[in-house]
Design a protein around this ligand. Structure first.
Ligand code: NIG
Ligand code: FE
Length: 412
């Protein structure tokens, strides 16, 4: 099956094979081809160029993209899409004056979602999660990571990871799975944090590994959740099973989680709303990707990750949604890209780089996704007729997407 897109106003994020991420000032550059064509054969991008170089090609379908842009599908490297029910009551409680920490203290927050998840049948959670996944795919997401972490016991955690596996089997986009057993303390371990971590390590982790249910391991390293010591213990245990870390750090306090992640060669360190200069320094010359989650900052009214300081220090940065019921009940990467520009002072070029190739890196998918490159999977967004790519983050809240392609097929 050969599909030719022609008269494309601009083909965005065109890169040579082998580019796995972009850092520092290089993030300001978004390579484009104006007035372009793009050839897709089955599920792959096989060729592209300028219209004046369009060769004679026999095709099965020709799509006129006049006035429209094509860019890689968003690579959302941090989500909690699998969950049961919602927490809109806590949202109302926060409006009425309670803080996220106060809600957590009185039994709300993550353990609240865990209670709902434990009481909901697997099939029903799958149905709710699949609905969310389909929604974000329509919003342009072409690769995604999903975490466990709302089970908080063996049964619940394995249930979540099995649901992720079913989603991987059903849907065509790549889905990476992360084991986040150490997300919060369940009530029965409230006074016994170390025992919970030990239980996760001794009881749940070996089963996760045995059934090959996860690609990565995660922990919420934060005051009131898990310590740096817990983080070292868990990540060392994960390593024995070949699980690379992608961890939650510096959301409310910087307690040394960034350094712990680096020590364990974390693929990414995520959140970073609080980012002292030592932590920025620690990330220099490492292969760990910093990941910002601006929808979480918006929703919880907490600081935004200091993207300017991070990028201006020469580091790369990725953007993700953090789609979850407590701190970011949206998986819309278009909004993430807009917020990055509006609230974090990232240029549209930086934001698009962060949400595509750098997001792919944070899921070890840069060889196959995250850019328009010959040989990569044909996961991309065809926009509506828009004046420029800057219009995408500028017109926040507007749906500028006409069609989303996953492995060369339009999904709607
Ligand atoms: O990434 N910070 C930890 N975990 C989630 C929030 C989870 C929740 O409130 O349900 C996050 O923001
Ligand atoms: Fe998260």
């Amino acid at each position: 099956m050969k599909k030719l897109f022609f008269n494309i106003k601009e083909l965005l994020q065109v890169r040579e094979p082998g580019i796995t991420k972009v850092s520092g000032t290089a993030m300001k550059k978004l390579p484009i081809i104006k007035n372009a064509w793009l050839l897709v054969e089955n599920d792959k991008i096989t060729d592209f160029g300028e219209m004046n170089s369009l060769p004679e090609i026999e095709t099965d379908e020709r799509i006129n993209a006049e006035g429209k842009f094509i860019l890689p599908g968003w690579c959302d490297s941090h989500t909690h899409i699998v969950y049961a029910g919602n927490r809109e009551q806590e949202f109302a409680d926060r409006i009425n004056g309670l803080s996220y920490a106060e809600i957590a203290k009185r039994g709300g927050g993550i353990p609240n979602s865990a209670k709902t998840l434990q009481a909901t049948p697997e099939e029903e959670i799958y149905r709710q999660s699949a609905e969310r996944l389909e929604e974000v795919m329509k919003q342009g997401t072409g690769a995604v990571e999903i975490k466990s972490g709302y089970g908080l016991d063996e049964e619940g955690e394995l249930k979540m990871l099995r649901i992720i596996k079913k989603l991987q089997q059903k849907y065509d986009l790549p889905i990476k799975s992360t084991f986040l057993g150490a997300h919060a303390l369940p009530p029965e371990y409230k006074e016994n944090r170390e025992a919970y971590v030990q239980m996760v390590i001794d009881k749940i982790l070996p089963k996760v590994a045995k059934h090959k249910l996860a690609d990565y391991i995660d922990i919420f390293c934060e005051e009131g959740y898990f310590t740096v010591e817990d983080t070292h213990k868990l990540l060392s245990a994960g390593k024995k099973f070949g699980l690379k870390p992608k961890i939650h750090v510096n959301q409310f306090q910087a307690i040394g989680g960034v350094q712990a992640g680096i020590e364990h060669q974390a693929l990414s360190v995520d959140h970073l709303e609080v980012m002292p200069s030592e932590d920025i320094k620690s990330l220099q010359a490492t292969s760990t990707m910093p990941v910002a989650l601006p929808c979480c900052s918006l929703f919880l009214s907490i600081p935004y990750t200091p993207a300017r300081e991070i990028i201006d220090s020469g580091l790369p940065l990725a953007l993700a949604t953090d789609f979850n019921p407590g701190s970011s009940p949206t998986g819309n990467m278009n909004l993430v890209v807009s917020l990055a520009c509006i609230k974090m002072n990232m240029t549209p070029e930086e934001a698009i780089n962060a949400a595509t190739i750098n997001g792919a890196y944070a899921m070890e998918l840069s060889q196959t996704h995250g850019s328009i490159t010959k040989g990569k999977q044909a996961n991309f967004i065809l926009t509506k007729e828009i004046p420029s790519y800057t219009f995408l983050p500028y017109a926040f809240g507007t749906n500028s997407i006409e069609k989303v392609y996953i492995n060369g097929k339009a999904i709607q």
